[in-house]
Design a protein around this ligand. Structure first.
Ligand SMILES: Cc1ncc(COP(=O)(O)O)c(C=O)c1O
Length: 388
């Protein structure tokens, strides 16, 4: 039997497809340039270096930053978060975070606990949002960092990061925002946000390829933020110690140039289309998805529906294992989604879904259409009816 046409609803994990220009620019780099950035005096090398700088400027523009050299290229969102968690915190210090975080925050914090860095994780209230007062009340004199996801990757609910960051700033505590589910999907202005660090995967809402990530660093924070890796930067090579200037301090070794070119093309596409327009598109799709799923008595949508969210919805069909349901959705209906704990077990523990194999998650993106959403809802209805 022929496979049904593919409907990709796992954009919260990584976006697919990418804008056509992302594929083209990677192909052009690989065939025509193929050289490293800043490691020689060739014409191709100079072009690569100039274009990488242009990508830094595009990303800075997207997030309202006026320091492109504070845009650091990393491997993924996890790498950006690790850079700050391991580079900023010292033994005896304390971190405040939330129970909504991904393992890319929780696991480094667990590792740091063994090195004398304590953390406190604040639970969200019944509306799915962490109350700024709850968060700020947990700050101690030893608190050196606040870490908050801008939107949960399980419930999609947007967190009051501006208020939390403002309170932290007043108390002299640095703020790290995990923008994994928001960069390229919601308008972000780092000045308005008031954070010190913004961690972003390059391969989700920024529409770059896998293997790309970004960390934005507020000017001056590099004085305290240690580099977790040292090595060649193509600059100050006579010096045996790591350069202290940006971006070199945190970019040792050859960059993922084809990936960064692809990321640049993705970000340009986002800037041209406009983040507000992408956010409206996602909101319309997710509204339709929630409306459709809400009509199905066998479906339980997970998490509160009242608060603003990004383009994802978690749900379950009681009695049907989410992993099994995801296989059926793909095999019978061509729908690709994510099942399980989404690397965020504490969220599931709080929502009561930990012992049920987590949830099914549908997540939209700029190339998802209303028609695809209607087909996905119809597929869930048919599957649920078969198991009723
Ligand atoms: C909230 C959140 N933080 C961090 C990450 C990690 O991003 P990456 O997969 O790029 O390492 C993810 C990825 O799913 C996420 O959803």
């Amino acid at each position: 039997m022929a496979h049904p046409p593919r409907i990709y609803l796992d954009n919260a994990a990584t976006s697919f497809p990418k804008p056509e220009r992302v594929y083209q620019v990677i192909d052009d780099y690989q065939r025509r340039l193929g050289t490293a950035a800043g490691r020689g005096a060739t014409r191709a090398g100079a072009e690569v270096a100039a274009r990488i700088d242009a990508v830094r400027r595009s990303i800075a523009r997207l997030i309202g930053a006026d320091n492109p050299s504070g845009v650091i290229f990393t491997l993924n969102g996890t790498d950006s978060l690790n850079l700050v968690l391991h580079g900023w915190l010292k033994p005896g210090e304390h971190v405040v975070t939330t129970r909504l975080e991904h393992n890319s925050v929780l696991r480094p914090l667990s590792d740091l606990a063994a090195r004398g860095i304590e953390s406190t994780a604040i639970a969200p209230r019944s509306d799915g949002r962490v109350a700024p007062d709850d968060f700020l009340n947990a700050l101690r004199p030893t608190t050196a960092l606040a870490v908050v996801t801008q939107a949960s990757n399980v419930t999609g609910i947007i967190q009051p990061v501006e208020q939390i960051a403002a309170g932290c700033r007043e108390r002299g505590v640095a703020g790290l925002v995990d923008a994994a589910q928001t960069a390229g999907c919601l308008p972000i202005d780092v000045e308005q946000l008031g954070c010190d660090f913004l961690a972003m995967p390059g391969h989700k809402g920024l529409l770059g390829p896998l293997g790309t990530g970004v960390l934005w660093i507020r000017p001056g924070r590099e004085e305290r933020l240690d580099a977790v890796r040292q090595g060649g930067t193509g600059t100050r090579s006579e010096q045996s110690s790591q350069p202290t200037t940006l971006p070199d301090k945190y970019e040792s070794g050859n960059l993922n140039v084809p990936g960064i070119f692809g990321l640049g093309a993705g970000v340009e596409w986002v800037l041209e289309r406009g983040v507000e327009s992408i956010a409206r598109h996602d909101a319309q799709l997710v509204e339709r998805l929630i409306a459709g799923l809400s009509t199905l008595p066998a479906v339980e949508i997970i998490g509160p529906l009242s608060a603003p969210r990004v383009g994802l919805v978690s749900f379950r069909i009681p009695g049907l294992d989410p992993g099994e349901a995801a296989v059926i959705l793909e095999e019978s209906f061509g729908i690709e989604c994510r099942a399980g704990l989404h690397c965020a077990a504490t969220v599931h523990a709080d929502l009561g879904t930990l012992d049920h194999g987590g949830t099914l998650r549908f997540s939209v993106g700029p190339f998802v259409t209303l028609e695809m959403i209607d087909r996905a809802v119809a597929a869930v209805a048919e599957m649920a009816a078969a198991f009723a």
